[in-house]
Design a protein. Structure first.
Length: 108
């Protein structure tokens, strides 16, 4: 599965930073099917080396330590879970950053 389509790229570029959480849509959600990591991406931009730097809420398997942060597309593409499965894109997720923060009890 392709993690970053042209449609997602356009949404990330359009998203931009500095919006209230209630107005910040989650552009895409990535997850490991055989581990407990999830990334809710709401912003991103292409960097000089052709990679993408993505920003969103990152849960690497410990809900207490989940936080807003950055991850590169190449990093996501290199991750494998316990059974060796790659990161996948949730094709049906929709919500806002406020929804995610509320779900994790991180309503800043």
């Amino acid at each position: 599965m392709k993690l970053l389509t042209r449609e997602i790229e356009a949404q990330l570029i359009k998203a931009g930073p500095d919006r209230p959480a209630e107005e910040t849509p989650i552009v895409c959600k990535y997850f490991t099917p055989d581990a407990a990591a999830t990334w809710f991406i709401c912003d991103g931009h292409k960097v000089e080396n052709g990679d993408w730097l993505l920003f969103g809420f990152c849960d690497l398997g410990d809900r207490q330590m989940a936080e807003l942060g950055y991850v590169s597309l190449k990093e996501l593409e290199s991750i494998r879970g316990g059974l060796g499965l790659p990161v996948e894109r949730d094709l049906y997720y929709s919500g806002t950053l406020a929804d995610v923060l509320s779900h994790y009890g991180k309503g800043w």
